[in-house]
Design a protein around this ligand. Structure first.
Ligand code: SAM
Ligand code: SF4
Length: 355
């Protein structure tokens, strides 16, 4: 079995990314079969628990208050409504619920207390819960952990170099800082990015370098394809060719064999054959939805029934919740970025193997 590495170089990643497509997919599929049950697909449902009016200027986002976009904003959802959506999702086979709030950062107070209550409620239903609420303090991360949160999503979105052309209201380092705060708890990390933001191949490689040199790797890495939202600065960006999506997924799979790679936003635009190629390349998680909306209506999603039919056709089953238990083994492990020496990385790996 190949070793899990955290010391990939930019040159190595570029060389993997540039491998002829079918060779790349074959290699990724081999790695996938060594580390994963390749017939299992994680199926997640995203619930927008607070929609729109976000003060940030993320230039892809329908929920930024800076742009005139075709979505309706909504205040924090009631717990009953969240539980009802989660229950319907569970009946359809979903095993992970992601709750997203259009906040720059979490504020302590009654709204956060309500989110903690939602986390407890949905976890008690036997579902993995992931939250994406913006920046967190250490104390807020700890309280989410105590509420039973399984994962926290905070995407790095693009390369450190390209970041400020996409978002100016926070820095790449702000994102890394929140990820580090979450890593000090038992909550697992979900962090990935978007392609189609006008980035170069170097930027894609740099983003994958940041993720794959974290130690440990994020347990889940979403690869989103830009959903072009009218009114946002990126509304007229060129389409991303399907083979670029496959290339990103395959490269992520080879770099981080043990994690879940999620084919996220943009899946609705891919044919089933193109999606199947992404699954061969190592994607083993998708978002599905009864209302065909991923987070807001600006980002479409395939429905539960069509996804179940696709999985049946491909001979795949849904990955159960808490397949690896509630992973508390990474508690207190810091994230090491690419500029950390390989000696330090080996030491960290040895320490984590002993605990
Ligand atoms: N406010 C929180 C934050 O920024 O972390 C959470 C919500 S945000 C909707 C979650 C992620 O969805 C973003 O980091 C981005 O990667 C992805 N996303 C949002 N809009 C998108 C779009 N139009 N196309 C593709 N991905 C998108
Ligand atoms: Fe706000 Fe998150 Fe959208 Fe950025 S991606 S505008 S932080 S909701």
């Amino acid at each position: 079995m190949p070793e899990i590495r955290h010391n990939w170089t930019i040159e190595e990643i570029r060389s993997i990314y540039d491998t002829p497509l079918l060779e790349l997919v074959f290699r990724a599929a081999q790695v996938q079969r060594q580390f994963q049950d390749s017939r299992e697909m994680q199926v997640c449902k995203l619930i927008s628990i607070k929609t729109g009016k976000c003060p940030e200027d993320c230039s892809y986002c329908a929920q930024s208050s800076r742009y005139e976009t075709p979505i309706e904003s909504a205040p924090l959802m009631d717990k009953c409504k969240v539980m009802e959506i989660a229950s319907r999702a569970q009946d359809a086979g979903v095993t992970r619920i992601c709750m997203g709030a259009a906040w720059r950062a979490v504020k302590d107070g009654s709204q956060f207390d309500r989110v903690l209550d939602m986390v407890k409620g949905v976890t008690d239903m036997g579902l993995e819960v992931c939250c994406t609420l913006g920046m967190l303090t250490e104390d807020q991360a700890r309280r989410l952990d105590e509420a039973g949160l399984y994962a926290y999503n905070h995407n790095i979105d693009t390369s450190r170099e390209h970041y400020e052309t996409i978002i100016t209201t926070r820095t790449f380092q702000d994102r890394i800082d929140t990820l580090n705060r979450v890593r000090k708890t038992n909550v697992t990390l979900c962090s990935g990015g978007i392609i189609g933001l006008g980035e170069s191949v170097e930027d894609r490689v740099s983003m994958l370098h940041t993720l794959s040199t974290m130690n440990p790797h994020p347990e889940s890495v979403p690869i989103n394809v830009l959903a072009k939202v009218p009114g946002t600065p990126l509304a007229d960006n060129p389409d991303v060719p399907w083979d670029d999506v496959v290339r990103m997924i395959a490269t992520a799979r080879i770099l981080m064999p043990e994690i879940v790679v999620r084919l996220a936003a943009g899946r609705a635009k891919l044919s089933q054959a193109e999606q199947a190629m992404c699954f061969m390349a190592g994607a083993n998680s998708i978002f599905s939805s009864d209302d065909k909306i991923m987070l807001t209506k600006a980002v479409p999603s395939p429905g539960y029934d069509e996804d179940q039919a696709m999985l049946d056709k491909l001979g795949m089953t849904i990955r159960p919740s808490f397949k690896n238990g509630h992973p508390r083994e990474h508690a207190g492990q810091p994230i090491h970025l690419g500029d950390v020496s390989s000696e330090a990385l080996n030491e960290a790996q040895a320490t984590s193997a002993q605990t």
